[in-house]
Each structure stands twice: as structure tokens, then as C-alpha cells.
Design a protein around this ligand. Structure first.
Ligand code: CU
Length: 172
């Protein structure tokens, strides 16, 4: 009977943590903090649609609890969404990541052209190369992270997001 109760307790704790794969559901926010590496925003100069662009970066999660990037804010954009790439009709297309983007404990997540990204839409200003864009990332644990991302040249194909992609490799 005691064993059954223990198992039930474990299941409940895991359910509350919102992640069945977390080995240590009691991780606290006192642990190592999330950080961001290499943030940048694609310039709108020369873009086919200059009302939108995307931000890319790497999120490092040194903690022992999984976390999700659930949103972002940018004063220069009226609408900001977290996007993921999915296969639709044999093409990789972007769509809003309704549950956010998963950053595993002790690991990291790359947001890159052709992969998951932060979509900045209804821009209030153009972004020229060399500009600095202020972003605030929002995470599933309630924490936020302020990021300053330099604007860089867009070296990918113009319609990269809607081009067929042979083998998506989301891992590092
Ligand atoms: Cu997008």
C-alpha cells in the first residue's frame, strides 16, 4: 500500500511540473539561470516584406529543469510570436509554437534560419544592419530575459522558410 502511494505521489509531482521527462521535478529557480548566446535579428533592408523579420539566438539552460520559451516582447513590433518549422505538403513551413519551444535541462536550443525563431511582425520601424533590437524573452517558469540583438544581413534564400527542406535536424 505504501508503495502505491509513493508511486502516486511521484506521478502527481511530475504532472505538476508539467514535464514527464524531468528526472528532478523539485528543481528550484535558485539554480543556474537561463542565458542567451549569439542573438541577432535579420535586417529588413531589401526584404520582400519589410513589415516582418525574425530573431535568432541560442538559449542555454544550465539548470536541472526543462523550460519552454513561450513568448517574447519587442517594442518595435506590434506582434511577436514564437515560431517552429513543420512539414506541410512536403514543404517546411513556419507556424506559431502554441506550447512554446522546448529547452531541455542541461542543454540548449538553437533558433536559426530554417529552424525555430522569434517572429517579429507589424514592425513599427525598419531594421538596418548595425541597429540594436531590444527583446524580452518569456519562459514557462515565469522568468524573463532581456536581450539586445544586433541586426545582421540576411544571407539565406529570400523564401527560405517556405522552401522544401530535405532533412530537418533540430538537434545541435
Ligand atoms: Cu516565422
Amino acid at each position: 500500500m505504501r508503495r502505491v502511494l509513493t508511486v502516486l505521489g511521484t506521478v502527481i509531482v511530475l504532472a505538476m511540473a508539467g514535464c514527464e521527462a524531468t528526472p528532478s521535478p523539485l528543481a528550484s529557480s535558485d539554480g543556474p539561470r537561463l542565458s542567451v548566446e549569439g542573438p541577432w535579428v535579420r535586417t529588413t533592408t531589401g526584404a520582400r516584406d519589410a513589415t516582418m523579420t525574425a530573431a535568432f539566438l541560442t538559449i542555454v539552460n544550465p539548470g536541472d529543469a526543462d523550460v519552454r520559451l513561450v513568448g517574447a516582447d519587442c517594442a518595435d513590433a506590434a506582434m511577436v510570436q514564437v515560431h517552429e518549422m513543420v512539414m506541410a505538403d512536403d514543404k517546411m513551413v513556419m507556424q506559431e509554437a502554441k506550447d512554446g519551444l522546448f529547452v531541455p535541462a542541461g542543454s540548449h536550443l538553437h533558433l536559426t534560419p530554417g529552424g525555430p525563431h522569434i517572429m517579429l511582425m507589424q514592425l513599427r520601424t525598419g531594421f538596418a544592419v548595425g541597429d540594436q533590437v531590444a527583446l524580452t524573452l518569456r519562459f514557462s517558469d515565469g522568468s524573463t530575459l532581456a536581450v539586445t540583438a544586433p541586426v545582421k544581413e540576411f544571407v539565406e534564400e529570400e523564401d527560405h522558410y517556405h522552401s522544401p527542406s530535405p532533412t530537418p535536424s533540430p538537434s545541435s
